[in-house]
Design a protein. Structure first.
Lengths: 248, 671
């Protein structure tokens, strides 16, 4: 198929940036979206033009490196997948596809479609861990039984890949789904209880400092999340936060 | 020829590590504050090492080319992590895990290292649970285990199909705690471009800031390389797009020997290639082989019709199918080890029986499992005289519960429903057992330069068993390196900070900058990927699953030609001082173009078949094993460690003779 691509080009963080049109021809429907971008970049290199910068790495939907807002949706039109798992059969011959970076104040553009997600790193550093040293002398792994239900729910929350689609999809650029996934994972496990209050307070504080917006329960994040992280996590984080605040 | 000192401690194998740990020198806590350590790569091995070293009190500087340590390709491991916990009470022990790993590696790994790996495996699980890793549990709340290929016990711990992700996030969280305390200085989006030696010791690195393009000097008292494997030398592999061998190759060129590069794992259950535009291959967990049967058509005309899209596999009757693994290996059937399964699939496809348009695919069929599980379910549910459709539906539900995410992933990529049409699979490069040579301390042949995780060579011999990569990465990083590095650093407590304004740093930085300048100014005719694809084709065709002298010699010559062409005609757009992904790729491919040649040279030198390395000249000529791989223990029971001498083909071979005192060498038989 032949396609027209409208792509956000921005030389650097201080450049104004603009949409630029490109044409690609003979794209196979079996190609992944990023393979189509590879084809475009090969064309640009051949013409001595600057290829389009975009983040990607594992290309199997788990590293969380790829992003892209495609036709107005984070990770494109398909559900439950990342951009690297999106295939061209989701598009029609002759279609115009708009490709933009994830947009949020807390995610400044580095170049073209690449954004800086260090705000997520700093939130994790504020409390996204359990304070246990590597000694090899922690208690036996089976010393504390954990109900299968809680373990499974913790796993579902822990499946977050930190891509930022939730932020990019939210009209308020809220990071509540991302933060609540980590808070929930540890809140559901006995190992996480000791520091639970400090964790939620510190992570939320950092989230606010980074300039992410508030949650107004529209639920767009849950729909666009490639890993199906549930809104229930946000509710759980709010409970944890309230509990921690009351404790003082 | 020089011999290598592996520094394996004396004494009975089960006591070596404990006794050794008791005797090595330690650095006192106050002095640790004065010592800096650089860790390059922050996957399972590098991430866990960085966190632990920082906890101990060292100042750690960690480097990752992605925007976060959480992106490292360890995250893509699906199946699980082995540990000799014996929670299932099925007779597992440290010795058994040790034995299985040495045997699975076809007797080409170092016994003492493998025993230590087995010994600390249980600690890894304890540590990860304490960190909040949500492993799968049973209804009693205890940890669940499953079994994996090549072993007789259930010792694999898992977190759904995302075990690598959860373990990496565990190590990442431990790192975050240390980053917040200032004990780890994290350099995201930075790439190490060379190591700096001062008086023969590793004392720093030159790195490029991938956002600004700035070249930076970083010094330390020791350097740890944990940069993963070199599978992308094949262009197409299951590795991440950015996975590269640059750090490992650069230290090789500065004196670290490179061991057994030809030991590469080609994994049998990957999604086949669909066209020339393909950028990478996707692995599906080998657990699928527990319930799927692998076949191709028995008759060539059926295969041709399928390739042309004129025939559907479901229309081929049972008697016209060739279940070639069950035919060739009745005892293990579809569960033979990865190397054996991969070669058998290639043999059928080479003979023209492949089942997609490219002729490079075989079927993995779940139809009989649907019936088997469905019949059982009908009995359990008390359904009398169920119809065939009912049985299949019940069976499909069980398969969906077990492998639903894999079936969904397959459907997204291939756009075919694997519940209705058999899956198509083909082998792909997945893991490299070879790597930088290290001694028992995980130190390379350069003092103060360490190598851990997939980047080193030591534990998996010629073939790695499933669920052992995660185990090795974390064992090295959490439990081995933090001890052994102290022994070396105890001499450095009075050294003080290493200055970077020295001639040694000047010189290395200059050569790094010259190379980058060359790429930008060359104004050649072809993109980096053009050369990478050419290299990949030679590697796959001539240094792939099946190797022979003629092809290997051709490969060496062809790789050299591609390399010369690359240095004349490569085209890299853009500038040095900006975010430039083509420039990043250029450096990595330049290194693959050298590594590939050494890889072929090593394969040529090893005229035996063992594990993932199959030489057509070395097969059993007769008897029940006729046509199967023939290992030659008398001649090749050694580690081939190569010393860099200029051109890759000038490399000098050093042998570390392998001793098997605790395990008897046997022929692997899966017949």
């Amino acid at each position: 198929m032949n396609l027209t691509l409208k792509i956000w080009r921005q030389k650097g963080p201080n450049d104004k940036g603009q949409m630029v049109d490109y044409k690609v021809k003979n794209i196979s429907e079996h190609m992944s979206f990023l393979e189509m971008m590879d084809v475009l970049n090969e064309q640009l290199v051949a013409k001595d033009e600057d290829p389009v910068a975009f983040d990607h790495d594992c290309r199997e939907g788990i590293c969380g490196m790829c992003s892209l807002h495609i036709n107005g949706e984070a990770h494109g039109p398909d559900r439950g997948i990342t951009t690297c798992q999106l295939h061209m059969r989701m598009f029609k011959d002759g279609e115009t596809i708009t490709i933009e970076p994830f947009r949020a104040n807390a995610f400044p553009v580095i170049k073209d479609l690449v954004v800086d997600r260090m705000a997520f790193e700093r939130i994790q550093q504020a409390g996204g861990f359990i304070s246990v040293n590597t000694s090899g002398n922690t208690q036996d792994a089976n010393a504390i039984p954990i109900s299968k239900h809680n373990a499974d729910e913790a796993m579902d929350a822990a499946a977050c890949i930190g891509c930022g689609a939730c932020v990019a999809s939210c009209k308020n650029s809220s990071a509540m789904l991302f933060v609540s996934a980590k808070v929930s994972q540890f809140a559901l496990l006995p190992q996480g209880q000791v520091e639970a209050a400090d964790r939620v307070l510190n992570m939320v504080k950092q989230m606010d400092e980074e300039g992410f917006g508030n949650c107004t329960n529209t639920g767009a994040c849950e729909i666009e999340c490639p890993k199906g992280i549930s809104l229930e996590n946000i509710a759980r984080m709010n409970r944890e936060y309230l509990k921690a605040s009351l404790k003082g | 020829m020089a011999t290598l000192d592996s520094k394996v401690p004396k004494g009975p194998i089960a006591d070596k590590w404990t006794t050794y740990k008791d005797k090595i020198d330690l650095v006192n806590p106050a002095n640790k504050r004065n010592i800096d350590i650089i860790v390059v790569g922050t996957g399972l091995a590098g991430g866990s090492a960085a966190a632990t070293l920082a906890e101990l009190g060292y100042n750690v500087k960690a480097f990752a080319y992605q925007d976060s340590p959480r992106r490292a390709h360890s995250i893509a491991a699906q199946g699980g992590i082995n540990a000799a916990k014996n929670y299932m009470g099925d007779g597992d022990s440290n010795y058994r895990l040790f034995y299985d790993t040495v045997k699975g590696g076809d007797y080409r790994s170092r016994e003492a290292n493998v025993y230590r790996l087995a010994e600390v495996s249980g600690n890894i699980i304890d540590q990860c649970v304490a960190q909040g890793v949500p492993f799968a549990r049973d209804y009693g709340g205890l940890l669940d285990n499953r079994s994996f290929g090549g072993v007789l016990v259930s010792r694999t711990f898992y977190a759904k199909g995302q075990t690598g992700q959860q373990l990496l996030l565990g190590a990442y969280s431990a790192m975050n705690r240390q980053i917040a305390r200032g004990k780890i200085e994290m350099h995201n989006r930075h790439e190490m471009l060379d190591v700096v030696l001062v008086d023969g010791k590793a004392r720093g690195i030159i790195a490029r800031n991938l956002i600004t393009g700035e070249i930076e000097r970083h010094s330390a008292h020791a350097v740890v390389v944990a940069s993963g494997g070199y599978g992308n030398v094949y262009f197409l592999s299951t590795n991440a797009m950015g996975s590269n061998a640059t750090a490992a190759w650069k230290i090789h060129k500065k004196g670290a020997y490179f061991a057994n590069p030809c030991f590469t794992q080609i994994h049998p259950t990957c999604i086949p290639r669909s066209g020339d535009y393909q950028s990478k291959l996707t692995l599906m967990s080998e657990s699928l082989r527990n319930d799927g049967r692998i076949w191709v058509p028995l008759h060539l005309e059926d295969a041709k019709a399928i390739q042309e899209g004129k025939l559907k596999p479901t229309r081929i009757p049972e008697e016209n199918r060739d279940y070639f693994l069950e035919r060739r290996y009745p005892a293990f059937g579809n569960l033979v080890p990865r190397d054996v399964a991969s070669r058998a699939a290639k043999e059928r496809c080479d003979a023209g029986f492949g089942v997609n348009a490219t002729g490079e695919a075989v079927y993995l069929d779940f139809a009989s499992s649907f019936v088997r599980y469905g019949t059982e379910q009908a009995k359990i549910k008390g359904i009398h005289n169920p119809s065939k459709e009912e049985i299949i539906k019940l069976g499909q539900a069980i398969i969906e519960e077990k492998y639903g995410n894999l079936f969904q992933m397959y459907e997204k990529i291939i756009a075919e429903n694997p519940y209705e049409t058999p899956m198509m699979i083909y082998p792909a490069t997945h893991y490299t057992m070879g790597g930088v040579w290290v001694d028992y301390n995980l130190m390379t042949t350069v003092p103060g330069l360490y190598c851990i995780g997939e980047a080193n060579f030591s534990d998996h011999g010629a073939n790695r068993l499933g669920a052992s990569a995660l185990m090795q990465g974390l064992a090295d990083g959490y439990f081995v390196l933090p001890y052994t590095i102290g022994d070396y650093l105890s001499d450095d407590i009075r050294t003080g900070a290493i200055p970077t304004d020295t001639p040694e740093f000047d010189e290395v930085e200059k050569s790094v900058k010259e190379r980058l300048d060359f790429f930008i100014n060359n104004k050649g005719t072809h993109s980096v990927d053009y050369f990478h694809k050419k290299l990949g084709n030679v590697m796959w065709d001539k240094v792939g699953m099946s190797r022979n002298e003629k092809h290997l010699k051709e490969a060496i010559a062809e790789i050299k030609e591609i390399r010369e062409d690359f240095w004349k005609n490569v085209k890299v757009p853009g500038n040095l001082n900006e975010f430039n992904q083509e420039l990043e790729k250029a450096g990595r491919v330049a290194d693959f173009l050298e590594l590939g040649e050494l890889f072929a040279l090593d394969a040529l030198n090893r005229n035996e078949s063992c594990g993932g390395h199959f030489r057509e000249e070395s097969v059993e000529k007769d008897g029940p094993q006729k046509g199967e791989a023939k290992r030659k223990d008398k001649e090749y029971a050694y580690v081939a460690a190569w010393e860099y001498k200029g051109e890759p083909s000038d490399a000098v071979l050093h042998k570390e003779q392998l001793e098997f005192k605790d395990i008897e060498l046997k022929t692997r038989s899966y017949k």
